[in-house]
Design a protein around this ligand. Structure first.
Ligand code: S3P
Length: 429
């Protein structure tokens, strides 16, 4: 069997890359961005910004964004195509809302089935005019306004995209905007704002709830940014090294943001031998190296309150669970139904097809691990066009030596175009 050995630098973080581009576009001059993730999703945001009049070029491996200030977007002449990218759609809706322009957002089939009203209700309360397809979906039309009303917003549902979109809309508004998150989510937007010296107040309301107060309009001075590497992309190789005998790898330059690496604690609780070493801070994010050694894993129950911190890692955690001793239970996964695919269905269909005992009850998934399954015939894995499902099963396929056939791997470029190249670099016989 192939084993994973050696060391690689993972590609830039997807969430931070979208935000780096958007904040650079809102700055008052030239910003250089290093280690930007050049994936399909991030390129959607980049192209949308270009449509909105922002000059962006690549020079010597760095992207240079010529910011036009907050409120500096110009009327686009074409529709803004978000492709598969929920982050592009939601963050850019927020970013354009306080500009006096009209925009039409479109997306691919998967994105056109994902809720946009979860954000538009907030923007509409502020005074933006939004027309959605069937009251919830793309294509949508938004008429922005520089005189939107700054308000207090209470977010019941955990969503970093919605929080960030409201923050982006508030940057160009005169007055106080307050956002109360009932359940905390990833905080890259806040970290970048601190790095860019955008003044805002953050208050811890309870263990899981925070408020953010902005007082705009802001002038954002240009400052170069470095994108830390993506922990969610690293997660595929981390699980790969844990489940494949004799593996031992080091992944470098990973963003060690607490709101993103909860999966490491989960895997450690399952018995995973993982060492994390912080070595520096780049553009407001802690980064470091992660060492992983093959381990025998045991099952665990993952409580629902962790779901906002594990939201992108459940597919690869379910692969870890399939190799662990006992039944792993993952609770409170309702949001997984609203991702690039219905990930509860994608996980269950594919694992059951291989022969694992997998059950779902409401929003929980239970997976009985086994290392006894031997495949005689090939099994076709359906990705449903979902990049994280595709990468998760590519990792599991390493155990089944060419017996798992992934129906479409092209979706991997949505978040990690270099995934196969990096996997090859780590693979040895
Ligand atoms: C993201 C937030 C998460 C995550 C997505 C990226 C972001 O979505 O699933 O891949 O960059 O803000 P929600 O927080 O909206 O669930």
């Amino acid at each position: 069997m192939i084993k994973l050995k050696g060391s690689i630098k993972i590609s830039g973080d997807k969430s931070i890359s979208h935000r780096a581009l958007i904040f650079a576009s809102l700055s008052t001059g030239k910003v250089k961005i290093s280690n930007l993730l050049e994936s399909d999703d991030v390129m959607r945001t980049l192209n949308i910004l270009q449509e909105l009049g922002i000059k962006i070029i690549k020079k010597n491996e760095k992207w240079i964004v010529y910011g036009n200030g907050t409120g500096g977007y110009i009327q686009p002449t074409q529709v803004l195509d978000c492709g598969n990218s929920g982050t592009s759609a939601r963050l850019m809706m927020g970013a354009v809302a306080s500009n006096p322009i009209s925009c039409t957002f479109i997306g691919d089939d998967s994105l056109s089935k994902r809720s946009m009203s979860r954000l538009s209700i907030f923007l509409e309360k502020m005074g933006a005019e939004i027309k959605l397809t069937k009251k919830d979906f793309l294509p949508l039309h938004i008429k922005g306004d520089i005189n939107l009303i700054p308000l207090e917003h209470v977010m019941q549902k955990a969503s970093a995209q919605v929080k960030s979109a409201i923050i982006l809309s508030a940057l160009n508004l005169r007055g106080k905007t307050r956002i109360i998150e009932k359940r905390n989510t990833r905080d890259h937007t806040e970290r970048l704002m601190s790095y860019l010296k955008i003044k805002f107040k953050k208050k811890i309301l309870s263990k899981s709830s925070t408020s953010i107060e902005l007082n705009g309009p802001y002038e954002i001075k240009p400052r170069d940014m470095i994108v830390a590497s993506d922990p969610s992309s690293a997660a595929f190789f981390i699980v790969g090294a844990l489940i494949i005998p004799e593996s031992r790898i080091t992944l470098k330059n990973i963003a060690l943001n607490k709101s993103r690496i909860a999966f490491i604690d989960v895997l450690k609780k399952m018995g995973g031998k993982i060492r994390v070493k912080k070595n520096k801070t780049v553009s407001g994010e802690n980064v470091g190296d992660i060492n992983v050694t093959h381990s025998s894993l045991k099952s665990i129950t993952i409580k629902a309150s962790l779901s906002p911190y594990l939201i992108d890692e459940y597919p690869i955690l379910s692969i870890a669970a399939s190799q662990a001793k006992g039944v792993t239970v993952m609770r409170g996964l309702s949001e997984l139904r609203h991702k690039e695919s219905d990930r509860i269905r994608s996980i269950i269909t594919n694992l059951s097809k291989i022969g694992y005992k997998v059950f779902s009850k409401k929003d929980d998934i239970s997976i009985k691990g086994s290392n006894k399954i031997k495949l005689i015939n090939q099994k076709k894995i359906k990705t449903y066009g979902d990049h994280r499902i595709a990468m998760s099963f590519v990792i599991l396929s390493l155990i089944f030596k060419n017996k798992l056939i992934i129906d479409d791997e092209s979706c991997i470029s949505i978040s990690y175009p270099d995934f196969k190249k990096h996997l090859k670099k780590l693979s040895t016989n």
